[in-house]
Design a protein around this ligand. Structure first.
Ligand code: SF4
Length: 882
C-alpha cells in the first residue's frame, strides 16, 4: 500500500472526465478536418498543464489516425511568459511604495509593510482593469490617463481615492512592473493572433483575460469550451434551491459523493487519512486532496507519512511555516534579546547552526555552554558568556563565531534592505547555518530566495532600521512558497483552482467548513470590499462565485468524492460550506439521503481498539549498581534521602538537578544566602557586640548589608524589597546577639566545612556558625523561616538530620536554628538529646547506604508537603500511580 517516490499515475484511466474531453476533441477534429493529421496550426488554452495529457489522449482516440501532430497546448501565463519583457522586481516595488507611505505619514503606527503589500495587489488589479490592452509604454500611459480622467471627478470614498491616486502616481515611472508587463505581453499575443484558439474553462475569466480573448477574436477564431455550458446538470444545481434534483435530471449522487462531519481537527485528519488508505487498498491510484484548510492538511500529511504514504504537494507551504525559517527567527530573537539565555540555547539547539562542525563536537559545545550558564546563572549578554567560558577552550570558537555574526548584524544603524540581506547571508555563513540549509531542499530554496532578494534590492535607496527590515523579511517569508518537488506520488495535495478540467480516481475535499469554502484569502485587511467595488475591482463575492463554479466542475468530473469538515470547533458549532450545505439539502429533499458517510467511524474505532495500551505507571523504586552508589553524601543529600529515597536517587545518583534553571529574579534562597554572608562578615569584624554602642552596631550591620546586596540591587530592583525585609530584623538580631553573649556564648567561627568519614560513606557539610562557652560548643544554623516552621521541622526525631549531624561533626553538645523572620529573631532548639540524635543519624546513614549498595530499591514515597516543592515530580510521575 505504501506509495513510494517514483510511482506515477497510470495514464489514460477511464474516468468521469473522458466524455467531456472526447466532446472537445471531436469538435476540434471536425473543425480542423482539412488539416489532419497536423494540428500544429491551432492553439489550445488550458486551465493547467495537467489537462494536456487527457486532452491529447482524447484527440488521438477520436482522430483514429496512426499519427497525430499535436497542437500547441499552453496556459495563458505560460504563453505570455514566452515573450520577453523587463520589469521592476516585486521586492523593489514594495520597498519603493513603503518609502512613499512612510514619507507621507498618513497611517500613523500601521504596519506599513502589510499595507504596502495589499496596495500592490490593488494596484495590479487596477492596472488589469484598464479598459484597453496597451501593448507599449505610450499606450499604457494613455490608458492610465484615460482611466484617471474618467475617475477624477467621480465621488470616491477616502480609501478608494487614496488607492487610486497612489496607483496613478506609481504608474508615472517609466519602468514596467510585472502586472504591466503581463498586460503588454497579452496585448502582443493578441496582436500576433494568426491561429484558431480553443479555450477550456470552468469559471469566469478575469477582466484582463476576457479583454485578451476579445482582442484575439478580432484577428483569429476563438472557441470556448465552458464546462458550465457542457454540463448543465451540475452547473445549474445551485441556481434555484427550490427545484428538486430529479426535475433537473440529476440522479442521486450517493455513490459518488459523501460527507464526513468531524467532531475535531484530529478526527477530520484521521478520517481523511483512513479514507485515502482504503482507496489505495481498493486500487485507486490518482488521489487528490483538495486542502481548503491548511491546518488540517498539515496534520493529515503527518498521518499519511506515518502510514508510509508519501504525498506530493502542488500547492506548497509558505517559508514562514517551515523549520528552515525557524533558524532565522531564532537567530534574530537571540540577537535582539542580547542573547537572553533561553533564546541563545534555542538557537544553539537548532540542527542548522554550526553544521560545518562534527555533530558530536557541536552537541558537546552546546551542552558545555548550557551547563556553564545554568551553573553560574547568567541571564543574558554574549560578552558575559564569553568571559564565563574563559577556561572552556571548546567554547571559544563557537562563541567567537556568534560575536562575529552579531557584529555583522549590528542593530543600531540604518541601511538598505539589500545591505541587511547581505549582512544576514554573511552571518549565516559565519555561523555555519548556510551549510546546514544547503543540506535540505527547502533550505536551498530559502538561501536562493535570500540571495535573489538581495540582488533585486541592491539599487534600492531606502534606509531601514533592523526591526523594519526584520518585519519586511517576515512578510517575504510569509508570502514566498516552497514546493517539495522531490516527492512524486499519486496521492497529492492540491487546491480548488488547480482541479479545473481534472479528473482523479478519488478526491478528498478537506476542511470544507463555511470559513474555508469559499476561502477568504482574497479579503483585504486594510481595504474592504466596498473600496474594491467603488474601484470596479473584483470583490469577494466574485471570487466566491468562481470557487462555486470550480467546485461544481470538480463534482461533475469526479465520481468518487469525500467531503470532510468539522461540525464542532473548539466547543462551538461549525457550519458546512454554504454551497455544499445547499447541495446536501437538495439531495435530502429529493432522495431522502443526506449523504452522510457511514463507514469511517467504525474504521476509526477499530483503529483505536488496536492501539497498544501502555501499562499503567507504578510507584518507582529503582535499585542501583553498587559502583554507582555515591561514596560521599552532603547534609542536604541525606535530608533528601530521608524525605524521599527516589528524590535522592534522581538528584544525587542520576544528577538530574545539575542543569538548574538560570534564575532571573531574586528568590528566597538568594535572600537566605545574603543574610548568611552579611552575618559572617559582621561577626568577623565584630565577634562581640557587647561593649559597642547599639546604634554603631546597627550602622555597621546596615553598611555591610548594602555591600553584600549590592550586586543583586544592580540586577533586579526587587532586591530592595528583600533588603528592606532584612533591615526590619536588624534590631531584633542585635538584641538576640546581646542576650546570647550575656549567657556567656562567644562567636568562634563561621562557614566551616566538615567531612566526616563514617563506615562506608563520608558525610560532608558546612556549618553556619559555632559559638563557644568555656569547653561547651553550640552549633547555630541561620534560617530565614518562622519559629513555628522550624519547630515543625524538629518535631519528629530523625526527620531533619541537619542540626544533629552538624553538632556531631563539631563535637558539640548543643545545636539550634536561629530563626530570622518578620523582624523577630528566635533560637529554636531540638527537644531531644543532640549527641544521641547525631549518633543515631550517623548509624542510620551507614545502614541505608549499605542497603543501597546491596541492591535495595529507592522508593518514591515523599509525603505531600515534600512533593509540593519537589522538582522531580515529573520524573517519578507521582500523579499517574498515586
Ligand atoms: S514528587 Fe514526591 S514521591 Fe516523587 S520524587 Fe519527589 S518527593 Fe519523591
Amino acid at each position: 500500500m505504501a506509495q513510494r517516490e517514483g510511482q506515477a499515475a497510470p495514464a489514460g484511466t477511464l474516468n468521469a472526465a473522458q466524455p467531456y474531453f472526447d466532446r472537445v476533441a471531436r469538435h476540434i477534429l471536425t473543425a480542423q478536418a482539412a488539416a489532419l493529421p497536423d494540428l500544429r496550426g491551432i492553439v489550445i488554452l488550458l486551465p493547467g498543464f495537467h489537462t494536456a495529457q487527457p486532452l491529447a489522449q482524447a484527440l488521438m482516440r477520436e482522430a483514429q489516425v496512426p499519427a497525430l501532430l499535436l497542437p500547441q497546448m499552453v496556459t495563458l501565463n505560460n504563453w505570455a511568459s514566452s515573450l520577453t519583457a523587463d520589469f521592476v522586481p516585486e521586492s523593489r516595488r514594495l520597498a519603493l511604495l513603503y518609502q512613499a507611505l512612510q514619507s507621507r505619514r498618513w497611517f500613523g503606527q500601521a504596519d506599513l509593510w502589510s499595507l504596502a503589500q495589499e496596495l500592490l495587489v490593488l494596484f495590479d488589479e487596477l492596472t488589469h482593469s484598464l479598459s484597453t490592452l496597451p501593448s507599449d509604454a505610450d499606450a499604457f500611459a494613455a490608458a492610465v490617463q484615460q482611466a484617471y480622467n474618467a475617475r477624477q471627478n467621480s465621488t470616491l470614498q477616502f480609501e478608494a481615492r487614496l488607492v487610486f491616486e497612489l496607483w496613478y502616481a506609481m504608474q508615472a515611472g517609466g519602468e514596467a512592473d510585472a502586472a504591466r508587463a503581463y498586460q503588454q505581453r497579452l496585448a502582443k499575443l493578441a496582436q500576433q493572433a494568426d491561429k484558431p484558439l480553443y479555450v477550456l474553462r470552468t469559471s469566469d475569466w478575469t477582466a484582463l483575460e476576457q479583454r485578451f480573448l476579445d482582442q484575439y477574436a478580432e484577428r483569429a477564431e476563438v472557441t470556448v469550451f465552458d464546462l458550465r455550458e457542457m454540463e448543465t446538470r451540475w452547473s445549474g444545481l445551485l441556481r434555484d434551491q427550490t427545484i428538486p434534483l430529479n426535475t433537473l435530471s440529476t440522479p442521486p449522487f450517493g455513490d459518488r459523493l459523501r460527507f464526513f462531519a468531524a467532531t475535531s481537527l484530529e478526527q477530520e485528519a484521521r478520517a481523511a487519512t483512513m479514507q485515502v488508505r482504503r482507496w489505495l487498498q481498493e486500487g485507486k491510484r490518482d488521489i487528490a486532496i483538495v486542502a481548503q484548510d491548511r491546518v488540517v492538511a498539515r496534520r493529515m500529511r503527518a498521518l499519511l507519512e506515518r502510514a508510509e504514504v508519501l504525498v506530493a504537494d502542488e500547492t506548497g507551504w509558505t517559508f514562514a511555516t517551515l523549520s528552515v525559517s525557524a533558524v532565522l527567527d531564532r537567530w534574530f530573537t537571540a540577537l535582539q534579546s542580547d542573547f537572553y539565555h533561553h533564546d541563545l540555547l534555542d538557537l544553539l539547539k537548532s540542527p542548522y547552526i554550526f553544521a560545518d562542525m562534527a555533530a558530536g563536537e557541536r552537541k558537546s559545545a552546546v551542552y558545555q555552554l548550557e551547563q556553564l550558564l545554568r551553573k553560574h546563572g547568567i541571564v543574558s549578554g554574549l560578552e558575559k558568556f564569553i568571559a564565563l567560558a574563559e577556561h572552556e577552550t571548546d567554547l571559544h570558537r563557537p562563541l567567537a563565531r556568534l560575536r562575529q555574526a552579531a557584529i555583522l548584524l549590528e542593530q543600531g544603524k540604518k541601511q538598505g534592505l539589500g545591505e541587511w540581506l547581505a549582512a544576514l547571508i554573511e552571518s549565516l555563513r559565519v555561523l555555519g547555518i548556510d551549510t546546514g540549509l544547503q543540506q535540505d531542499d527547502a533550505g536551498q530554496q530559502l538561501l536562493r530566495a535570500l540571495e535573489g532578494w538581495q540582488q533585486e534590492l541592491e539599487g534600492d535607496e531606502g534606509r531601514y532600521r533592523f526591526s523594519e527590515w526584520r518585519r519586511w523579511l517576515a512578510q517575504q517569508l510569509d508570502t514566498q512558497t516552497y514546493r517539495d518537488s522531490s516527492i512524486d506520488s499519486t496521492v497529492r495535495f492540491t487546491h480548488l483552482a488547480a482541479t479545473r478540467w481534472r479528473a482523479f480516481d478519488a478526491v478528498v475535499l478537506l476542511g470544507c467548513d463555511a470559513d474555508h469554502l469559499p476561502s477568504v484569502a482574497d479579503g483585504g485587511r486594510w481595504f474592504n470590499d466596498s473600496v474594491r467595488s467603488s474601484l470596479n475591482l473584483p470583490t469577494r463575492g466574485m471570487h466566491a462565485a468562481r470557487q462555486c463554479d470550480d467546485l461544481l466542475a470538480l463534482l461533475a468530473l469526479n465520481d468518487c468524492v469525500l467531503v470532510t469538515w468539522q461540525k464542532d470547533k473548539n466547543g462551538e458549532e461549525g457550519l458546512l460550506s454554504p454551497y455544499l450545505e445547499m447541495l446536501r439539502d437538495l439531495h435530502t429533499l429529493t432522495y431522502g439521503d443526506d449523504l452522510s458517510e457511514s463507514e469511517l467511524h467504525a474504521y476509526l474505532a477499530a483503529e483505536d481498539a488496536r492501539k497498544v495500551e501502555l501499562p499503567q505507571a507504578v510507584q518507582p523504586a529503582p535499585s542501583v549498581a553498587s559502583e554507582a552508589v555515591p561514596q560521599g553524601v552532603s547534609i542536604s543529600g541525606y535530608n533528601s534521602m530521608v524525605a524521599c529515597p527516589y528524590q535522592f536517587y534522581a538528584r544525587h545518583i542520576l544528577h538530574l538537578n545539575e542543569l538548574d534553571e538560570v534564575q532571573e529574579g531574586i528568590e528566597k534562597r538568594d535572600y537566605g544566602e545574603r543574610v548568611h554572608d552579611v552575618l559572617q562578615r559582621f561577626h568577623e569584624r565584630y565577634p562581640q557586640v557587647c561593649g559597642h554602642n547599639v546604634e554603631e552596631m546597627e550602622v555597621a550591620l546596615r553598611r555591610i548589608s548594602e555591600e553584600v546586596f549590592a550586586d543583586l540591587l544592580r540586577q533586579d530592583f526587587a532586591a530592595r524589597a528583600w533588603l528592606a525585609r532584612w533591615f526590619q530584623s536588624l534590631p531584633a538580631y542585635l538584641e538576640w546577639q546581646t542576650e546570647n553573649e550575656a549567657e556567656g556564648w562567644r562567636y568562634a567561627e563561621a562557614e566551616s566545612k566538615f567531612d566526616w568519614q563514617l563506615e562506608g560513606v563520608r558525610l560532608r557539610g558546612r556549618i553556619d556558625r559555632l559559638d563557644v562557652r568555656a569547653e561547651e560548643k553550640l552549633v547555630l544554623d541561620y534560617k530565614t523561616q518562622s519559629e513555628q516552621a522550624l519547630r515543625n521541622k524538629l518535631r519528629e526525631p530523625g526527620e531533619d538530620v541537619q542540626l544533629a549531624c552538624y553538632a556531631y561533626a563539631h563535637e558539640a553538645a548543643d545545636a539550634a536554628f536561629v530563626s530570622i523572620e518578620n523582624g523577630k529573631v528566635k533560637l529554636v532548639e531540638p527537644k531531644q538529646d543532640v549527641p544521641l540524635l547525631a549518633q543515631l543519624n550517623a548509624e542510620r546513614l551507614e545502614q541505608v547506604m549499605g542497603r543501597i549498595r546491596g541492591g535495595a530499591g529507592l522508593p518514591a514515597n515523599g509525603i505531600d508537603a515534600v512533593c509540593t516543592h519537589c522538582e522531580m515530580r515529573g520524573v517519578c510521575r507521582k500523579g499517574e500511580w498515586q
